[in-house]
Design a protein around this ligand. Structure first.
Ligand SMILES: *[C@@H]1O[C@H](CO)[C@@H](O)[C@H](O)[C@H]1NC(C)=O
Ligand SMILES: *[C@@H]1O[C@H](CO)[C@@H](O)[C@H](O)[C@H]1NC(C)=O
Length: 577
């Protein structure tokens, strides 16, 4: 009798434990601004599905990306740590990976939430964009690849969606091409003309080989440029399924539909086991694209079409969760890796970047517009529906939140900067555990935010700010993204202090005259910075020049025939998985 009781007890326990392991669907948009979704106040862009998600859960209104750029922000999201800790914050001007065959990436020593969940027997998948590297030393090691970082299944774009990925979509390399090709070409032309004139006038005798040499150099530069423009797309814009290249170059035809269908297949396949799905949209980074059903339908051009198509995809995922009766046991998170890229304006003056609402700046700077992103968390029955939380939270918080809910201990051998969100989301506390948050521009500490425990004020101090151009505009339109150092920024000593809680637009820097506690507030923040800096360790720089450049021996190419990397195995594979 006793044994039977014990057995029953044991079975109940086992059952309740299984039932208490929630599923996770983490939806990450690219470059979506906080002013874009309807639930954050947009009246003209239609995002009914994101809005539906927000109505069913908590809407965070001070949700902060750990960095205003893709690669570092995503590294922080995956690991719960500031990107400087993993070496994923650049010390130069280039802050993200631009080539698929770079050797940098999320180091194998880093622990992602996917890895923790895999160890708790979750099925794990990443569908969509990765942008955290592929291989280290040779093209077969896949040391940075999603399948080496805890994901059982990967289907998507290992690099990122760039203008150059779309035929006639333009190029993000215009400034580099100007500097490395057009400027030298102009010099060579001037030299040739001068030499020819002098020779004609009989003033000097230039040997013929000098002319020939200059002409050859010009031809070489033009050849290199044409080669680069011709090969960039197939070599960098391709889709993979696990470790196999499946479409090279990638096709934008029904791309969102294909990835969404794959995500819903993953949900169906895993309906009976705990799962983690990270659906990392290619939308709404340029190159903008959308299928026939969405093209030309929004009120906001190609950008609006892309947002509305992404919203459709969110709806598909929510519908499948409902159909499979998994909604109540699934935590769904929706966010963006950083603010909208407001400098995205084409030569034809079409706006290709989104809206950061009332906030200043955008992608690539640490004004609120660059880092304050949409943040929605839904878990019916556990997290109250319709709640709005204005406390500072970070995309690094997903790591400890997900780990704890899945029953995984946190790694003890490293600093985790994220904090468990559940007490805040459940309404068990009114305060975020983040007293201080540090805002980096690449590897430079740009600003600090203080959320004092004894007050409702939230302070933000900038050590430098980007120099907007043209002056008075809201971005760095000359460089297309704001840069983090040197002539591109203005340094502030004393730091530029704002009371973010009263002045979220960051329009009125405080002075000792306007804020009597000016010195005291800054002193507390400086002390916090000093403590924070002491916790940083020297780690290999994953975005060093050597780790950023194209390394031919790392290049993935799906065909072994000659120089063309071309294949399309998307369809045939779809049936296998
Ligand atoms: C809504 O989004 C579009 C596209 O980003 C933008 O142009 C518009 O200004 C936004 N509206 C508001 C009220 O923010
Ligand atoms: C709040 O606490 C800080 C120390 O954390 C202290 O410096 C400050 O004076 C306090 N402010 C108020 C209004 O009590």
């Amino acid at each position: 009798m006793m044994t039977l009781l014990l057995l029953l007890l044991f079975l109940c326990e086992a059952h309740s434990q299984a039932a208490s392991k929630p599923n996770f669907v983490l939806l990450m948009a690219d470059d979506l601004g906080i002013g874009d979704p309807g639930c954050y106040g947009n009246k003209t862009l239609r995002t009914p599905n994101i809005d539906r998600l927000a109505r069913g859960g908590v809407k965070l209104t001070q949700h902060l990306a750990a960095s205003p750029l893709c690669t570092p922000s995503r590294a922080a999201f995956m690991t719960g740590r500031y990107p400087v800790r993993s070496g994923m914050a650049s010390q130069s001007q280039v802050g993200v990976f631009l080539f698929s065959a770079s050797s940098g990436g999320l180091p194998p020593s880093e622990i992602t939430f996917a890895k923790l969940l895999k160890d708790q027997s979750y099925s794990t998948a990443l569908i969509g964009k990765w942008h955290l590297g592929i291989s280290c030393h040779d093209r077969g090691d896949f040391c940075h690849h999603p399948t080496s970082h805890g994901f059982d299944y990967f289907h998507g774009l290992p690099l990122t969606n760039l203008r150059d990925c779309k035929p006639r979509g333009g190029t993000v390399f215009a400034p580099g091409i100007r500097l490395l090709v057009f400027v030298p070409l102009r010099l060579i032309t001037v030299a040739l003309l001068t030499l020819a004139a002098l020779k004609w006038l009989g003033l000097i005798r230039t040997p013929r080989c000098v002319f020939l040499g200059l002409l050859l150099l010009a031809a070489l530069l033009i050849g290199l440029l044409l080669g680069f423009l011709n090969y960039f797309r197939p070599l960098n814009c391709f889709l993979m399924r696990n470790r196999e290249v499946t479409q090279q170059p990638l096709s934008y035809d029904d791309l969102t539909q294909r990835l969404t269908a794959d995500a819903t297949r993953f949900l169906r396949r895993n309906a009976k086991t705990p799962f983690l799905l990270v659906l990392s949209f290619l939308h709404v980074h340029t190159a903008l694209f959308s299928s026939k059903k969405f093209a030309g339908k929004s009120k906001h051009g190609a950008y609006g079409d892309a947002v509305e198509e992404m919203d459709w995809s969110v709806g598909q995922i929510l519908d499948v969760l409902d159909k499979l009766k998994l909604a109540d046991n699934t935590l769904v998170y929706f966010s963006s890796d950083q603010g909208a890229h407001i400098e995205e304006v084409t030569i034809k003056d079409e706006v290709h970047g989104g809206s950061n609402g009332i906030y200043k700046g955008g992608k690539a700077n640490n004004w609120e517009g660059g880092i304050r992103v949409p943040g929605i968390v839904r878990w019916p029955g556990v997290i109250p529906a319709g709640l709005e939380i204005d406390q500072p939270t970070s995309n690094m918080d997903i790591f400890p939140t997900v780990a704890k809910l899945a029953g995984s201990p946190l790694p003890q051998d490293r600093i985790i900067d994220g904090r468990d969100l559940m007490p805040l989301l459940r309404g068990q506390t009114q305060r975020s555990e983040h007293e201080f948050l540090f805002h980096y521009c690449n590897s430079y500490l740009n600003a600090v935010r203080w959320n004092p425990p004894n007050s409702t004020s939230i302070w933000k101090a900038f050590f430098f700010t980007p120099k907007f151009f043209p002056e008075g505009s809201n971005g760095c339109f000359h460089t297309r993204v704001c840069l983090c150092d040197g002539q591109y920024v203005a340094y502030h000593d004393p730091p530029l202090l704002f009371e973010i809680s009263r002045d979220p637009r960051e329009r009125h820097p405080l002075t000792p005259a306007s804020e009597p506690r000016f010195q005291e507030i800054l002193a507390t923040m400086q002390e916090a910075v000093a403590r924070h800096v002491q916790t940083l360790q020297d780690v290999p720089n994953q975005l060093s020049l050597g780790n950023l450049i194209w390394k031919p021996w790392l290049q993935l190419c799906c065909s072994s025939s000659g120089l063309s990397c071309k294949c399309d195995r998307e369809k045939q594979d779809g049936r296998r998985f």
